[in-house]
Ligand binder design. Structure first.
Ligand SMILES: [Zn+2]
Length: 522
């Protein structure tokens, strides 16, 4: 289960970012960007500093009061004198003896008193930190020792940006997309509402504008059957944007990394849109451009069905490949996603699709909601040989955002917060801690892991990982920093391609017969 670690080599940013500056100087941005190699390095360093400073102060005080050569009761130099006296001796050797120095009894009393003071101070320091340390930790720039309190402190600085939340499809199913009938301030039937988002310290999430795959019996292998998937997707974009705008004090539509940061700094929840499946494009790259114009910032190449662009992994136990990965049109789709700055999402894809997409994409890719196959062997999870491709070479950055769906996490009845943490840990061990994130799938799953019942429970997962040795910078990467870095990478690729004058992609699906291909057909 444990594989070679590439955490220190697969990203130049992580290996070079250790810093000696104090914990209290960290800003939100620092927490997202900085990584530390050593576990709890900040805390340990602070503790060592406190202890050594205390020792130094006490020793200095003792040196000032004590005679230069303290004696034992039999008149010999004491053991401690050698620790305390060296420089002081040289400085004072020509001075006249004090009353204290000339009287061994007085010296003994003073020495005993100072030793007692020293011991009492040490006990007080240790005891104070044990009893009151957590309460005063924020003022000392330290994390509380209690893992849950530490998780809350980390999330205050680096809130969760979840890669996949299915609130819009719940609103479609339960409220017929009537946004005015939805009260997100009250307790919603699923896993998501505003009070629970706030309790869970959520700073942003992708609203999945998902509609289901067509019935394979009606659709046929060329995907040319009449479907209403584009219409339905537009309805999901519509209801998401209406809900976002209905709560302007809570949600802020985010179209780029800058928008996400601005929303979080302003105390709002950055709201992004993601399309969950190439079947929602109606075989058309022009539709992708229009989704982008409406605010969509990732497209999952497939859902549980193959489409004209790529092969899916299916569901359980999986499906027979059709294209052998990406089709030619799929490669063209990725080119256009790169040019626009739409993230290529590889959740739900077949292994061949994922491998080919990683190689083909100029921009970093994401898995918006996928876990580790080595931890639980289902086709929806990412295998190690694909995790090992992440992070090697220009544009090969990526983030795998771990899915909480119990049937992807563990055997029945075994999905717990610890089991989800096992997936996070495994992806971190194989791909590196800078390549893992969170993509819960809340509101898209019926069952939930024990301890991760809804969006209020993210702190429990962060606490679990903190207990396992993740430091606050690594956790800040997990909660959102890694996604922001990958998203920024995709934005840069898009800017570069546009600056180079890369034209839009006009490739048509070759099986379409509804569109004239030449003047003779008009
Ligand atoms: Zn999904």
């Amino acid at each position: 289960m444990v594989h070679r670690s590439r955490s220190s080599s697969s990203s130049s940013s992580s290996s070079s970012s250790s810093s000696s500056s104090s914990d209290s100087d960290t800003t939100r941005e620092h927490w997202w960007l900085r990584k530390k190699k050593t576990k709890h390095a900040g805390n340990n360093a602070a503790s060592r500093l406190t202890a050594s400073t205390a020792k130094l102060l006490l020793l200095t005080a003792a040196q000032r009061v004590l005679p230069s050569t303290p004696m034992t009761s039999n008149g010999q130099p004491s053991e401690n004198s050698r620790l305390l006296s060296s420089r002081r001796d040289q400085d004072t050797e020509n001075q006249a003896p004090t009353a204290c120095e000339s009287n061994p009894k007085v010296r003994g009393v003073v020495w005993s008193a100072l030793t007692s003071v020293f011991v009492a101070a040490v006990i007080l320091l240790v005891g104070f930190e044990r009893v009151f340390g957590d309460a005063f930790a924020p003022w000392l720039g330290k994390l509380p020792k209690d893992p849950f309190l530490a998780a809350l402190a980390i999330l205050d600085k680096a809130p969760v940006i979840d890669g996949h939340i299915d609130l819009p499809i719940l609103v479609r199913a339960r409220y017929a997309n009537n946004a005015s009938a939805v009260d997100l301030e009250s307790e919603m039937p699923g896993h998501v509402d505003i009070p629970r988002l706030r309790k869970g310290k959520v700073g942003g999430f992708f609203w999945s504008v998902y509609v289901s795959c067509p019935d394979p019996g009606k659709e046929g292998k060329d995907f040319l059957g009449g479907t209403w998937r584009v219409r339905d997707t537009l309805e999901q974009i519509d209801v998401s944007k209406l809900l976002i705008s209905n709560y302007p004090d809570t949600f802020a539509l985010a179209l780029n990394v800058e928008d996400i940061k601005k929303a979080i700094v302003g105390g709002k929840i950055a709201s992004l849109l993601g399309v969950e499946g190439g079947h929602q494009l109606g075989n058309s790259i022009a539709v992708l451009r229009q989704y982008h114009a409406l605010g969509v910032r990732y497209v999952t190449l497939t859902h549980t069905c193959h489409n004209a662009f790529a092969d899916s992994c299916g569901y359980l136990p999986g499906i027979i490949p059709l294209h052998g990965g990406l089709s030619e049109l799929g490669r063209s789709l990725i080119n256009e996603m790169n040019r626009l700055g739409v993230l290529v999402d590889l959740s739900h894809t077949s292994d061949a699709t994922a491998k080919q997409a990683i190689l083909h994409s100029k921009a970093p890719v994401i898995w918006s909601h996928s876990s580790a196959r080595a931890v639980h062997d289902v086709p929806r999870n990412v295998p190690d040989d694909i995790l090992q491709l992440i992070g090697h070479g220009e544009g090969k950055d990526a983030v795998v955002m771990v899915n909480f769906a119990p049937f992807f996490v563990a055997e029945p009845n075994n999905a717990t917060v610890k089991a989800v943490a096992d997936h996070v840990d495994h992806i971190a061990q194989v791909a590196g801690k800078q390549h893992v994130g969170l993509g819960s799938d809340f509101d898209g799953i019926g069952d939930v892991p024990v301890g991760l019942e809804d969006v209020s429970k993210y702190p429990a997962l962060i606490a679990e990982l903190y207990s396992r040795g993740w430091n606050k910078y690594e956790l800040a990467g997990l909660t959102g920093g890694n996604l922001l870095r990958v998203f920024e990478g995709a934005e840069k690729v898009a800017l570069d391609l546009q600056a180079a004058g890369t034209p839009p992609v006009f490739d048509l699906y070759d099986k379409r017969t509804d569109i004239p291909r030449g003047h003779s057909e008009l």
